[in-house]
Design a protein around this ligand. Structure first.
Ligand SMILES: [Zn+2]
Ligand SMILES: [Zn+2]
Length: 307
């Protein structure tokens, strides 16, 4: 994880990396995963929770929102799936906000996520629950398997904005941790940095674990190993990313919520950007195409029920 933050672009192969370097990277990843958890437990101890001021909670809320949108709109829909285009400044801002999540550099994130789509729920999937729920949630981060950007994020490698933010990722991540401290002191750091990173980590990882295990699969069709699901709770917490079966069916769609009641904060953000003239070529899937795919999924489900 941290090696990406330091800007190494090709962490995919372990060739040329000493055992010591791999161990160090695993130890740093474990620290980044566990430390926010410990800090959150500390913050949740009642006498300390009582001391959280409105300023701390406002810092938590605003930094959670900014970081989540950076991941869902920036890293995921804009960078990995090209669901819309924007100008280089807005592109850089979204990528920087995504980097605040401490989930590695943008280019590495895109490569891992593309690999997940190409090999969904097969042995090559970097984070499928077919191995175990824990592996899908966080265990995969502690392993040494990666995705080569040269293979899984080829188009993005030529984008100077993406490469600049990826190479300088470590410093953007540090900035995201320091800003809440500058605004709110140590308690601002506890809530706006550590608790926020803890929440963003687990909500993002829930898309990989919960949304490939629990929920509905309206678009699943015969013979497809894909286990992605639609899950209302993750849909709400993860800014619309919980409509994950919709997303696997239509990966480039800017909207993951395909029905009016499927709350999709990231999709609404992209629509607003479009209205403001800051997003163009927003990918929308025609209603007939959605209906056709849904009918295909429904046929499978009724065949299964009859069997
Ligand atoms: Zn998925
Ligand atoms: Zn995706």
């Amino acid at each position: 994880m941290f090696e990406h933050l330091k800007g190494r672009m090709t962490p995919a192969s372990n060739a040329g990396r000493s055992k010591g370097a791999i161990r160090l990277n695993q130890a740093l990843t474990l620290f980044v995963v566990v430390f926010p958890l410990v800090a959150t437990l500390y913050a949740a101890v009642p006498q300390w929770a009582g001391l959280a001021s409105w300023k701390d909670l406002a810092l938590l809320g605003s930094f959670y929102l900014a970081t989540s949108i950076g991941v869902t709109v920036g890293f995921h829909r804009m960078l990995t799936h090209n669901s819309f285009e924007t100008n280089p400044i807005v592109r850089a801002i979204f990528l920087i906000l995504g980097t605040w999540s401490i989930q590695g550099a943008a280019i590495s994130w895109a490569a891992i996520h593309n690999k997940h789509h190409v090999h969904s729920d097969t042995p090559e999937d970097p984070h499928s629950p077919i191995r175990s729920f824990f592996h899908a949630h966080v265990g995969w981060l502690l392993g040494t398997e990666r995705a080569e950007p040269e293979r899984f994020a080829k188009g993005q490698l030529n984008d100077p904005v993406v490469m600049f933010v990826s190479r300088t990722a470590f410093w953007w991540a540090v900035l995201g941790m320091v800003l809440p401290f500058l605004i709110g002191g140590w308690s601002g750091f506890l809530w706006g940095s550590l608790v926020r990173v803890f929440l963003v980590h687990h909500v993002t990882w829930s898309v990989n674990s919960i949304c490939h295990t629990f929920g509905q699969r309206p678009f699943k069709h015969e013979g497809d190993p894909d286990l992605s699901t639609n899950n209302v709770a993750v849909g709400l917490l993860a800014m619309g990313e919980g409509w994950h079966n919709n997303h696997h069916a239509f990966p480039r769609s800017a909207m993951h919520g395909l029905k009016w009641w499927q709350f999709d904060m990231s999709g609404y953000t992209i629509r607003v950007l479009g209205r403001l003239g800051l997003a163009r070529n927003i990918i929308r899937v025609p209603k007939q195409v959605i209906a056709m795919r849904r009918a295909k999924g429904a046929r499978r489900q009724s065949a299964q029920a009859a069997a």
